[in-house]
Ligand binder design. Structure first.
Ligand code: HEM
Length: 412
């Protein structure tokens, strides 16, 4: 086996963008822990190593997960004021701050009002979206289904009027640009003003929920209590909401998109899901294993260390490839094949360890209802056209930009 510890590659460019998995297989074999100068980061691709890194927040910190690529200038900090981005008590934090906030968020998600309300609501929205195109015999399912479904669920979950979700989505996009983009100062100032407006909006949302509690996640977060812990204050609520809202929509859109691609490409699979809807939750897990919507995340190395014997210095950034680790799970035979009959074991699509996705259950409910509704109502669905699918070049998120699907419509 090669001991290669530096390799320049860009899996976000053709030919890897559409299918990065052959490259990941090569990395696992030849360079499982490797510094990639194209991204200035170490890439870890084997399941055993990815799992070990994410379970060890002391050596591999999450505090920089949402750190901006460009250091904010004094002018930018002046615009951001108290709203400066970078305060994310979930996702981008380590114990003990993370442990307290996460404990309260988990309690909020377990709130009885929430669970009771969301499932019938998701079913109703899913059905309404399918009503919109069922009789047409074809549709572009990303824009008509996979994108609007999580937006509608997010609106309901956080008590945000649907009419304001477009604005919220734009603010989320602006925040991502400010964090992940390399931009001129003028444009960054504009984005910073957008973030201040978003924080004002979220503060008003929290205050409104304090005054008028209602059966949604914001009220559950405000009311969440744990013994010996102080409740979330307004600033923590705003930072937590930012991460929750941001984490709830693109991920779920891509989960639905990727699952549809895998199912539609597998001969007979659509019909099997129609005939035996009880297999849907397992097929969804297999689809997430096979083509993970969140391909990976970063960690920052807290002390000089070795991963699989390779020295990785303190301060280095490590990118753990969940998408690759899922093709390397222990005991999974023929991992490069999408197999709807596979008994789904645990995989890394929702991460593992202290930052395991808090929305996993909600996402699974959304995904299962979506697949059930689509396979039941769109008879004989198939991918339309021969053009290869296109993907946004994003290090973290993976999903098709468009998905043209056709199906049979009864003539009577
Ligand atoms: C299919 C959809 C989803 C996928 C694939 C997904 C994936 C992930 C992954 C891989 C992580 C771990 C990140 C890390 O280790 O650094 C994570 C964390 C997280 N996810 Fe999800 N997610 C999904 C849906 C959701 C939804 C619907 C919500 C909220 C309603 C959500 C909220 C979060 C939050 C808040 C965290 C951070 C948890 C923490 O730091 O303790 N996710 N997600």
């Amino acid at each position: 086996m090669s001991n290669e510890t530096t390799r320049a590659f860009n899996h976000l460019a053709p030919p890897h963008l559409e299918d990065p998995y052959p490259l990941f297989e090569e990395l696992r074999r030849e360079a499982p822990v490797v510094f990639n100068p194209s991204f200035g980061m170490w890439f870890v691709s084997r399941h055993e190593d990815v799992a070990a890194v994410v379970k060890d927040p002391v050596r591999f910190s999450s505090a920089q997960v949402l750190a901006p690529l460009q250091e904010p200038s004094p002018e930018l900090l002046a615009i951001l004021g108290n709203d400066r981005s970078g305060v994310y008590p979930l996702l981008s934090s380590d114990p003990p701050v993370h442990t307290r906030v996460r404990g309260l968020v988990i309690k909020a998600f377990a709130g009885p009002r929430l669970a009771a309300r969301m499932e019938p609501f998701i079913r109703a929205i899913t059905s309404e979206l399918v009503d919109g195109f069922e009789k047409d015999g074809h549709a572009e399912l990303m824009s008509r289904f996979a994108m609007p479904l999580p937006i509608r669920v997010t609106s309901q979950l956080f008590g945000i009027p649907l009419s304001e979700m477009e604005l919220v989505k734009r603010w989320c996009d602006d925040e991502t640009m400010l964090l992940m983009g390399l931009l001129p100062e003028e444009q960054r100032a504009e984005l910073a003003r957008s973030i201040v407006a978003y924080r004002d909006f979220l503060r008003a949302l929290v205050e409104d929920h304090r005054a008028n509690p209602r059966p949604d996640l914001v009220t559950e977060l405000i009311e969440a209590r744990a013994e010996g812990e102080s409740p979330l204050d307004t600033q923590e609520l705003v930072g937590t909401l930012c991460v929750l809202i941001f984490a709830a929509h693109l991920t779920t859109t891509n989960m639905i998109g990727n699952a549809l691609v895998s199912i539609l490409r597998a001969p007979g699979a659509w019909q099997t899901l129609r005939d035996r809807p009880e297999v849907i939750p397992g097929v969804l897990e297999e689809a997430m294993r096979f083509d993970a919507p969140v391909q990976g995340m970063t960690r920052t190395v807290g002390e000089d260390c070795r991963i699989r014997g390779v020295a990785v210095p303190r301060g280095a950034r490590v990118f753990v490839l969940f998408g690759s680790a899922n093709r390397d799970l222990p005991g999974v035979k023929d991992p490069e094949r999408f197999d709807i009959e596979r008994a789904a074991g645990p995989n890394l699509a929702f991460g593992r360890g202290p930052h395991f996705c808090v929305g996993a259950q909600l996402a699974r409910i959304e995904g299962s209802i979506a697949l059930d509704e689509l396979t039941r109502r769109l008879r004989g669905a198939r991918l339309a056209g021969d053009a290869p699918l296109s993907y946004v070049p994003n290090l973290v998120h993976r999903g098709p930009t468009a998905l043209n699907v056709a199906w049979d419509v009864p003539t009577s």
